[in-house]
Design a protein around this ligand. Structure first.
Ligand SMILES: *Cc1c(COP(=O)(O)O)cnc(C)c1O
Length: 481
């Protein structure tokens, strides 16, 4: 087959599948003398192989998955059906706008909905994940200071120590110097430390809210005021919007720019389950800098793609992970004005229900009501009998429960961070509470048993660093002999 496009982006002829542009090394490979040594198996065998592998994995469909900060909520099947509609899957991103009006209208509709939920004025859907959104948002902040002739002077981004770990990483990638400020004993930003940190070199502040210890910062209006008075902009890490959506809006709290994780809050798969989407929203003062190619309704009544002269350019091809955005749009429309705040309330209720049922045994890292997640410190148990947060997490595996997030945030020793999400029933929460309480008591009686957990999973305690650095991803005859 030979497929030639008439004209590429720069007016050149582009050959997608013609011979002319196939690299020589691959042409040589195509003419190799011997067939590659692939395993010879029947369809039955390969089907059983992958089914067996799938059974060894744990997903939200298998059991409770309270992985804090990751919002492992159930993803409704209807989302998948909507994203699979032929009108969405059968289009090409280079088609002229007038032939894809429905897709552009759907994107514009989602932009409108997210603006209403967050209090922002415009969104880009290009970023493919939360951290990618952070990077994009920081480029908007940089473009703003550049346009005002202050970019050379404003070189610092302030990041509280209760921020998600990607915040300082993204600020560094965007060329900023990160200024860390501590939390006060109540888990909120230390306002004195913030006042001392801002100045004429402040480009902005990134706030994760609710923060990584599961708390809504009670001084949030004061925080954005301090940053604005110093001439900086306020960035809201909205990956945790699950706790507040439909109830309060970052735009009303003084934030200028935000990213959302559609693959958390808006029920699209993540982890091994699918690509993410980290749309970035901003106030009008930053809208001109957004990546180009956003669908805008014309006077004629149809949509066209527009880019502003001041745009920072593209951060990813076309409209990002378009089908993920369609899944999230389905979710938002299905829940509607009443369902969205109800989901947030239930997420907060579920977390607090578990917290209260555990707090006489497990030490909570911070007192009082939490938002969508809570953090426990296993340090007292470790001091008492040597059983660590890791041991308890491994013990949960034996009961078909995915471990909570471990050893994060770094400001809590022996941390376990539990996020039940709103999609779990009271029965599931009660069962998890019983398992967690049972493991605590078992640890006190028989620490060795906990050190040896898990007892009944296919893999016990892999060397996670080695698995990440030196993954075995290829089938080879020798290794499988
Ligand atoms: C998950 C998360 C991120 C990063 O999102 P990715 O899609 O994993 O890049 C950033 N901030 C917070 C608060 C998060 O929970």
């Amino acid at each position: 087959m030979k497929l030639i496009l008439e004209k590429g982006a720069e007016g050149r002829h582009v050959s997608l599948l013609g011979n002319s542009q196939v690299p020589a090394v691959q042409l040589r490979a195509a003419k190799r003398a011997k067939a590659p040594a692939l395993p010879q198996v029947s369809e039955t065998e390969i089907s059983r192989h992958y089914s067996a592998l799938a059974r060894r994995c744990h997903g939200v469909n298998d059991g409770f998955y309270p992985l804090g900060s990751c919002t492992m909520k159930y993803n409704p099947a209807i989302n998948e059906e909507v994203a699979a509609l032929e009108g969405f899957t059968g289009v090409h991103p280079l088609q002229p706008a007038y032939t894809v009006q429905g897709s552009l209208e759907a994107l514009a509709l989602m932009e409108k909905k997210l603006c209403a939920i967050t209090g922002m004025d415009a969104f880009t859907f290009q970023p493919a994940a939360g951290a990618h959104g952070e990077f994009t948002g920081l480029l908007l902040i940089k473009a703003y200071h550049q346009a005002r002739g202050e970019a050379a002077q404003r070189t610092k981004i302030i990041v509280p120590d209760s921020a998600h770990g990607t915040n300082p990483a993204s600020a560094t990638m965007a060329g900023y110097t990160v200024v860390n400020i501590p939390s006060a004993p109540d888990g909120c930003v230390d306002l004195e430390a913030l006042r001392a940190a801002v100045g004429p070199d402040t480009a902005g502040l990134m706030l994760t809210n609710p923060n990584t210890v599961g708390l809504f910062d009670k001084n949030i209006l004061e925080i954005t005021r301090i940053v604005h008075e110093a001439g900086g902009l306020a960035y809201y890490d909205g990956a945790n919007l699950n706790a507040v959506m439909g109830i309060v809006r970052p735009g009303d709290m003084g934030f200028d720019v935000i990213h959302l994780n559609l693959h958390k809050t808006f029920s699209t798969p993540h982890g091994g389950g699918g690509p993410g989407a980290g749309p970035v929203g901003c106030k009008q003062l930053l809208a001109q800098f957004l990546p180009g190619g956003r669908p805008v309704l014309q006077q004629s009544g149809s949509y066209d793609l527009e880019a502003d002269q001041a745009s920072i350019g593209s951060v990813r091809a076309f409209h990002g992970n378009f089908l993920v955005v369609m899944k999230a749009l389905c979710y938002v429309m299905m829940l509607g004005r009443q369902g969205i705040p109800e989901a947030a309330r239930n997420a907060v209720l579920n977390a607090n229900y578990m917290r209260v049922k555990l707090q006489d045994l497990y030490q909570m890292a911070y007192p009082g009501t939490c938002m969508h997640e809570f953090v426990m410190s296993l340090q007292p148990l470790k001091d008492q009998c040597g059983v660590s947060a890791m041991d308890i997490a491994k013990g949960l595996l034996d009961h078909g429960i995915h471990p909570p997030t471990m050893y994060f945030p770094l400001i809590v020793h022996e941390a376990l961070m539990v996020e039940p999400t709103e999609t779990e029933t009271k029965e599931t929460l009660d069962e998890a509470v019983e398992v967690l309480r049972g493991l605590y008591e078992k640890a006190l009686q028989d620490p060795e048993y906990l050190h040896a957990c898990p007892h009944n999973t296919p893999i016990g305690r892999p060397d996670e660093v080695k698995a990440a650095r030196h993954p075995l991803l290829r089938w080879t005859r020798e290794e499988n002999a």
